[in-house]
Ligand binder design. Structure first.
Ligand code: ADP
Ligand code: MG
Length: 355
């Protein structure tokens, strides 16, 4: 009888050991910021570290989500835009100036497909407001005028605490990069509290540090129509971002979908792809690259991806179906078997020379 009790006791100990392994306790929080649902999962043994890390992360979303949003009159970016439109320089925080440096480099590396000076065009198409998108489409002449005014970040002067532009048509819109940049800043702030393992998921765009438990963090890539396209295990430090034409779009008179990612070279909605997912070792780069590669054509995207130094690309278009780089195919799990997949290598070319 004693032996039976001991055995039960041992069984219990074994269960406890399995239930509380050496991986640290997990804590999760969820809130809304940057127009989407933010989910943060942290893992650490120390509840004080978990709490401090979650507070730091949330603070970054609240602060930068507000400061870097162009379409709120009282934001830092809106204030900078008003000054640039009036031909004046604007005082700016070091955080914003740092992001503008990154955005300018990524604009150059993307061959102009990602253009953070695109705000005027975004406004013409009405995508500066939340949906529904109604009302008339922009006039041809207004689009031509925007193209002729040639707004890009080349002429931005970024000082220590001041921004100026030699082109008053520049209207900064960081909508295609801000989410990635905020995730990077939030992860860095969490690391500074001593946290080593976390995932931040901002409406399906995400980045991770460390590992989930004994295994890597796992993420889902959604199918543009519905459901799941595939899942993937992310290595520490990787970010997975998706851009598509199906979440925020308006319709042309012939029913064609006009997505909110615009091609800065034509002034019209991107026609390259339906959806692009990118894995990179920075959220900032993954976010800008997903937007740039949605604009890129079927034959140019591998070259643009290489110039942006991304790790993987998965591209879905009407003409070419599902395309991805060869090495991604080996990493995807639960890939929808009904999809015919074409593999392309990413060229080993160095990034474009950009300052
Ligand atoms: P989401 O906001 O759905 O994650 P993106 O990261 O692709 O999608 O960002 C799209 C937003 O970026 C648009 O709503 C617009 O504000 C801005 N934008 C649109 N086209 C471009 C472009 N070619 N380059 C830079 N920003 C763009
Ligand atoms: Mg983007």
């Amino acid at each position: 009888m004693v032996a039976a009790a001991l055995k039960r006791f041992h069984g219990l100990l074994l269960c406890l050991a399995i239930a509380a392994p050496a991986w640290g306790q997990v804590e999760r929080t969820e809130f809304r910021a940057m127009g989407t649902r933010i989910e943060i999962i942290v893992r650490d043994d120390d509840p004080a570290v978990r709490r401090a890390a979650l507070d730091e992360a949330r603070h970054r979303f609240e602060r930068y989500g507000r400061d870097w949003y162009a379409w709120r009159d009282d934001s830092e970016l809106a204030r900078v835009n008003r000054a640039l439109a009036g031909g004046r320089s604007a005082p700016a925080s070091s955080a914003l100036i740092e992001l503008l440096h990154e955005a300018r480099t990524l604009w150059c590396r993307s061959g102009g497909r990602f253009n953070p000076a695109i705000g005027g065009l975004v406004e013409l198409w009405g995508f500066h407001r939340p949906p529904p998108y109604e009302g008339p489409l922009p006039d041809e002449s207004a689009i031509e005028h925007w193209l002729a005014s040639d707004p890009d970040p080349a002429g931005l002067q970024l000082g220590d605490a001041v921004v100026a532009s030699d082109n008053p048509a520049v209207r900064l819109d960081l909508g295609a990069i801000a989410k990635g940049a905020v995730i990077d800043r939030a992860l860095a702030a969490m690391r500074a509290t001593g946290l080593e393992h976390a995932m931040i998921n901002a409406g399906g765009d995400l980045a991770v540090i460390g590992r989930a438990d004994g295994r890597p963090w796992r993420a889902a890539i959604r199918h543009p129509e519905a459901g799941l396209l595939a899942t993937i295990e992310l290595a520490p430090g990787e970010a997975l971002f998706t851009s598509g034409d199906y979440e925020r779009f308006r319709e042309a008179e012939d029913g064609r979908r006009l997505g909110h990612v615009l091609d800065p070279r034509t002034g019209r909605p991107a026609r390259g792809a339906i959806q692009v997912s990118v894995i990179a070792d920075s959220g900032t780069r993954a976010d800008a690259a997903a937007t740039a590669l949605l604009v890129a054509s079927a034959d140019k995207w591998p070259e643009v991806a290489a110039s942006l130094e991304v790790v993987h690309v998965l591209r879905m278009s009407t003409a070419k179906g599902l395309q991805m780089d060869e090495r991604l195919a080996a990493r995807l799990e639960r890939l929808d078997p009904s999809l015919a997949t074409r593999l392309r290598p990413l060229p080993a070319t160095p990034p474009r020379e950009c300052r």
